[in-house]
Ligand binder design. Structure first.
Ligand code: AP5
Length: 216
């Protein structure tokens, strides 16, 4: 099964994708996580991407698409995947369609996680991320059991550099510019499933699993 998660920053794409991936036994592929790993390792890609990410801008399509082509070609993605943060615009959606066509594959379902601005701001301003396994926590909504340590891998938790107030504002602007066209692209293909992501994590997950089971 091939699933795409769309939604604004802070809607809960990463949080839901990780749980969904476990339930459906599929790899979770997050462009944000892969880019942050590259930045942390100071790879050639990371060096090119860092400035865009720090400013809340999209990393150029050619870099992201090349990165995704090699990720989707890996053996663990052969029987499906959950894409989180990709595609981000029409150019990326068309590139993904082209790649899947070559492989004779299709997207099964596109979840559009809608969230209201006050919820987004509350979530992003309190988010903590594990430096080891990229698990997400929240200071009040989903606190770790031990202060600033990941429950899963004991990695240190940190606040993302793009979760500063000004950068959040820029990321929301970029999302607003790109999202309408992307949503209607998948609506026209009759792949889109709207989910209200303001709800509790378990309810959002339950709705997604129910929708995915209909497509299986
Ligand atoms: P990326 O990492 O993809 O960031 P994003 O899209 O801005 O999304 P976030 O990770 O901020 O939010 P999320 O929806 O995953 O929410 P989360 O689950 O963490 O991208 C970062 C940057 O990389 C981009 O700005 C860009 O520069 C670059 N990039 C990435 N992909 C790209 C692409 N395709 N093309 C070009 N550039 C790209 O949840 C947020 C918080 O809320 C957490 O603390 C969580 O615990 C909490 N929470 C989640 N769900 C709930 C709930 N239901 N109830 C209560 N709390 C909740």
């Amino acid at each position: 099964m091939r699933i795409i998660l769309l939604g604004p920053p802070g809607a809960g794409k990463g949080t839901q994708a990780k749980t969904l991936a476990k339930s459906l036994k599929l790899p979770h592929i997050s462009t944000g996580d892969i880019l942050r790993q590259n930045v942390a390792q100071s790879s050639a890609l990371g060096k090119k991407a860092k400035d865009y990410m720090d400013k809340g801008l999209l990393v150029p399509d050619e870099l992201v698409t090349q990165m995704m082509e090699s990720r989707i070609a890996q053996p663990d993605a052969k029987n499906g995947f959950i894409l989180d943060g990709y595609p981000r615009n029409i150019g990326q959606a068309q590139a993904l369609d082209g790649l899947l066509k070559e492989l004779n594959l299709n997207i099964d379902i596109v979840f559009n996680l809608g969230a209201s601005e006050p919820v987004i701001i509350q979530r992003l301003s309190g988010r903590l991320t594990c430096g080891g396994c990229s698990a997400n926590y929240h200071i009040t909504n989903m606190p770790p059991k031990k202060d600033m340590l990941c429950d899963n891998c004991r990695g240190k938790l940190y606040q993302r550099t793009d979760d500063k107030k000004e950068t959040i504002k820029k990321r929301l602007e970029v999302y607003a510019q790109e999202s309408a066209a992307l949503i209607s692209y998948y609506e026209q293909k009759q792949k889109l499933q709207e989910i209200c992501a303001d709800q509790a994590q378990e309810i959002v997950l339950k709705e997604m699993l129910e929708a995915a089971s209909v497509k299986r």
